[in-house]
Ligand binder design. Structure first.
Ligand code: LLP
Length: 424
């Protein structure tokens, strides 16, 4: 469920009309609903607690939506943060998320990033390879700390979904194998700069079938039992994120309650602290991208292009993953739906959001909303074609606030410096 509904013939975010936001902030613009963010977080937590899991850490995957106001909204409810760079750790801390709820993952952490994470006191660093373990140990010893580490294990399961976002097969770059995990865990327990506390996995994103998750989690349970049988202490099990969301006419994902029931079944009797790293299921349906129609270009040969002022640099998912986003008129017009190729102004054929999409009539000047754009939308935006970074707005009830303004052209240009030999 989300909070983007028609009220008085106009699409609203909670009690604010998207047309009002577009008039105040301009387009394109991302708009997020606090109520939806809060609801998704709470539904997941209640589902997990409801099946008897005690005090799970729900570390929001910052990469899905790193906006500070979004992080603060979730942090106030008790969310932690799953981070993959020093920048993300800094964002989580700046949003008031305590270090003891921050997990640091990622296959290529630099020495400086590891040192920063240790000094900040993050809860756990997820180790993805043996060289990285040695580096963390070295940094830990240098700083006189024992880094609490969890081994990210690649469970080698097929998660379904788009190949570019599958992470849990042996051919993917993520994590160590089960064989390595057992050896490294034992080695790490004798290192002065690290303290192994657990194991972690994440098999992919936009997963709509619980079976591959269950298969991976059962393997993780087996690993915990094996390590414990070897006399090693395993206190934490991080089961990653990846639960899919409905992108309209796409396969329906399992409900949080079904997910929680599966977790309870797989971890029964294990007596372990569980952590989760959901991104998309919390943020995707909490955000939309609002764009304005610049032209409707009808070729006499038959194709009809709806040219928007939003482009692939603002919402990359369709170009990158052939992703489907529902497109809704902000003020629907009467009339029979007809096919449109919805495109942006960027000079690439890939700047096509969809082809032959049946939409109710749209005219130049109309506003449309790309739904389910709150995760991996603004976070993947760029300034390609020198289009200023898309702004972000957060709504709460009948109020809204610009939480990332659109940079002016002067601000955009002022970031760059002339080389001394080029003159003014
Ligand atoms: N934990 C780890 C270690 C991850 O790599 C990811 C996502 C997550 C958690 C969060 O997964 P989620 O719950 O959001 O599925 N840009 C792509 C998605 C990339 C996901 C990368 N890792 C997209 O737009 O679909």
């Amino acid at each position: 469920m989300n909070h983007f509904e028609l009220q008085g013939g106009e699409l609203h975010c909670e009690d604010v009309s998207l047309a009002q936001i577009a008039a105040a902030v301009g387009t394109p613009v991302y708009v997020y609903s606090s109520a939806t963010l809060e609801r998704h977080f709470t539904v997941l937590r209640e589902a997990l607690v409801g099946v008897g899991l005690k005090d799970p850490l729900i570390a929001f995957a910052v990469k899905a939506n790193p906006n500070l106001a979004v992080l603060r909204t979730l942090g106030r409810l008790g969310a932690g943060a799953d981070t993959v760079s020093e920048g993300e750790i800094r964002r989580a801390l700046a949003a008031g998320i305590p270090a003891e709820r921050i997990v640091f993952s990622g296959v290529g952490k630099t020495e400086d990033e590891i040192a920063f994470a240790l000094e900040a006191g993050v809860a756990e660093i997820n180790v993805e390879s043996e060289p990285e373990l040695l580096l963390i140990d070295q940094v830990g010893r240098r700083l006189g700390r024992r880094a609490e580490v969890a081994f990210r294990v690649n469970p080698d399961v097929e998660a379904g979904g788009h190949a570019k976002i599958a992470t849990g097969k042996a051919e993917n770059k993520f994590g160590v194998s089960f064989q390595e995990a057992a050896r490294l865990y034992a080695n790490a327990s004798n290192m002065a700069g690290v303290r192994p506390v657990g194991v972690a996995c994440h098999i992919g994103s936009q997963i709509t079938d619980l079976a591959p998750m269950r298969a991976a989690f059962l393997k993780m349970r087996g690993l915990v039992e094996q390590l414990r049988a070897e006399g090693l202490s395993v206190e934490r099990l991080d089961l990653g994120g990846g639960l899919g969301v409905p992108y309209f006419n796409q396969p329906e994902p399992p409900a949080p309650a079904q997910y929680a029931a599966m977790i309870a079944e797989v971890t029964a009797g294990l007596d372990i602290q569980l952590a989760f790293e959901p991104g998309r299921m919390i943020a995707a349906n909490a955000g939309v991208l609002v764009a304005r129609a610049l032209h409707v270009h009808e070729r006499p040969e038959g194709r009809r292009f709806l040219v928007l002022d939003a482009a692939m640099n603002d919402l990359l998912r369709p170009a990158m993953y052939d992703a489907y986003h529902d497109i809704r008129p902000v003020t629907p017009r009467d009339g029979a739906p007809g096919p449109y190729d919805v495109v942006g102004p960027v000079c690439e054929t890939g700047d096509t959001f969809t082809r032959d999409r049946a939409l109710a009539p749209v005219e130049a000047g109309d506003l449309v909303a790309f739904m389910t754009a709150g995760a991996y939308g603004a976070s993947m935006a760029s300034e390609y074609n020198s289009r200023p970074l898309v702004p972000e707005v957060l709504v709460r009830g009948d109020e809204f606030a610009v939480v990332r303004p659109r940079p002016s052209y002067d601000e955009m240009l002022a970031r760059e410096l002339a080389a001394p030999w080029l003159g003014d």
